[in-house]
Design a binder for this molecule. Structure first.
Ligand SMILES: [Zn+2]
Length: 267
């Protein structure tokens, strides 16, 4: 699933490829499933407009036009983007396409049709209605700690709750807790202040580091527990970066959770 670092990479991709481009048409091969609004309505607003700015909160991406419309994009399970010239074939599964007057096109790649596009009047109001908390890179320690104090669920579950902090997905939560040396099943409300601060700092570090490598897992540092899942560097699969502890897998809140029995003891 595209996590925050992937969506941030898509945001930068749009900025680099499509800002300043005049839109002449938008097409969608399954409007009822993929669009939040009517296809004609989207075309009425977008045709002749120019993409001017981007904005991201968690995994939610918005692109503003010169007419002050906001286009919402959500990448679902497998969404991606591809910018291409009209002389080239569109990327596979580019089910939605923005046509620009310069001959280039931005394809929204939707292999499994879990992706969404739509016009929203105001991103802040849209996110508030969805109950989305501030982005992980924006939230303050005070607000974050206050949430933890009031939640009795396992800390892993609380980190995944988008109404607490936006943008932490499953593997990121595991790496945050590994770096902070916190067992994933400890109730959030039972954490000490120093532990909360370790989690807060680890959240920013893990997300920023992953953004810096454009979400290329093979380039992540060796001390990420993600490699133990077998998703990153193959020679680190199944091992704790500490070199001694055993990698354990359990289900926390129904989600597969990887941690080190030695580095993240329950006390
Ligand atoms: Zn370990």
């Amino acid at each position: 699933m595209p996590e925050l670092p992937e969506v941030e990479t898509y945001r930068r991709y749009i900025e680099a490829s499509s800002l300043g481009q005049t839109i002449e048409q938008f097409t969608c091969e399954d409007p009822r499933k993929l669009l939040l609004n009517d296809l004609d309505e989207i075309n009425n607003r977008l045709n002749g407009a120019v993409f001017e700015a981007t904005y991201r909160v968690g995994k939610h991406l918005f692109v503003r036009t010169n007419l002050d419309d906001w286009l919402y994009m959500h990448f679902g399970m497998t969404g991606d983007l591809g910018y291409f010239h009209r002389d080239e074939p569109p990327p596979r599964h580019a089910r939605m396409i923005f046509y620009f007057t310069n001959g280039y096109r931005l394809g929204f790649i939707c292999p499994r049709k879990f992706e969404r596009v739509g016009l929203v009047a105001d991103p802040a109001a849209f996110l508030a209605q969805k109950g989305v908390a501030p982005d992980v890179m924006e939230i303050t320690p005070t607000v974050f700690f206050d949430h933890l104090r009031r939640k009795k669920s396992a800390i892993k579950t609380v980190l995944l709750d988008q109404s607490v902090v936006a943008g932490i997905g499953n593997w990121i939560a595991d790496d945050v807790l590994f770096r902070a040396k916190i067992h994933p099943e400890i109730p959030a409300s039972a954490l000490e202040e120093t532990e909360k601060m370790r989690i807060f700092e680890a959240m920013r570090y893990i997300v920023q580091t992953t953004i810096d490598v454009e979400a290329n897992y093979l380039l992540l540092p060796d001390d990420f527990i993600l490699h133990a899942r077998g998703w990153g560097k193959p020679h680190l699969a199944g091992k704790c970066p500490c070199g001694k502890g055993e990698i354990l897998m359990s289900r926390v809140g129904g989600r597969a959770t990887y941690f080190c029995g030695l580095c993240q003891s329950k006390k």
